[in-house]
Design a protein around this ligand. Sequence first.
Ligand code: NAP
Length: 326
Amino acid sequence: MTILNKIAAQPKIETIITKMSHGHDIIIIGGGPAGLSAAIYAGRFGLKSLLIEKAILGGLASTTFRIENYPGFPEGISGIDLANKLEEQARLYGAKILYGNASAIEIEKKFKIVEVDKKTFKTKAIILASGTDPKKLNIPGEKKLRGRGVSYCGTCDGPFYKDKNILVIGGGNSAVEEAIFLTRYAKKVSIVHRRDKLRADHALAKQARSHPKIFMLWNSILEEIKGSERVEEAVLKNTTTGKNSTIKTDGVFVYVGSNPQTEFLKGTINLDEHGFITTTGRLTTSQPGIFVAGDVRQKTLRQIVTAAADGAMAADEARKYIEEAK
Ligand code: NAP
């Protein structure tokens, strides 16, 4: 099933909400690998869990064409297949899934109230697993040409770039992984990186550097994206010489990191200066009974395997909290 089909197949929010009961042990906010793993573990602990997802189950992982570093899949697994398996396993253990946007949390004595699309849900504990979303460059042309040559998802939009020339912006794992993926379609993929060394893991960087369709534009910053109906040109600044140059391109794929999805938590949960949730070794937050898992927390290694591990640990900590509060 493709990502677009998966989105289309999702039941309407109103249909699900009217069928939902309001007493939960744990509400999990976010349906990526961290949230789904938390739901699997909560179910196995015999806890009633409700998982809230605003977009697509599997989170950012589901937009990855091939995951090669998740243990147990030596031949790799597609992001959408892994997401489907995690969802199946979470449902098997009784997790209820609600598609909606969690917009606020209130603390009411021993209970917590989560607001989702103007409805409220009461719970004993919460696991925050809301993940991150792609950073924008905020340069001229980026917003205007989004969806018309500017993309943040190679897996979704790659097939539109058959035999085209495209730019991938960034030097991290996402940029390099997606650049390699995009060579399936594009004639030429140029990675535009602001330094002369990739941030991506050694194995990925080596693969990209030796790929016949991938070219490196080192020490370069994208300053502007031009085009009337679609992307036509990109203005690059060379950071060594300070000179600008304009090159023809059919598409610009942006992978310059991600922002935590924590806007709705401001004032309720302590965040660090970048907006990530501050936590402890036991995945607690500044509010008792509210735990955190996955990319949205302060951590050093953001991977599917660490997100899944967080989900399991957070569910276990939530279980202990609920038992102690009895
Ligand atoms: P990232 O690791 O933070 O890399 C962002 C890249 O964008 C860096 O190379 C950075 O340059 C560059 N950059 C940032 N702001 C920029 C700007 N304004 N203009 C131009 N370039 C800019 O982000 P990510 O690649 O999205 O990965 C996020 C996390 O997910 C990481 O922890 C990563 O390891 C993980 N991840 C893992 C995998 C995997 O293991 N297969 C796949 C995807 C993501 P500098 O290098 O100069 O800072």
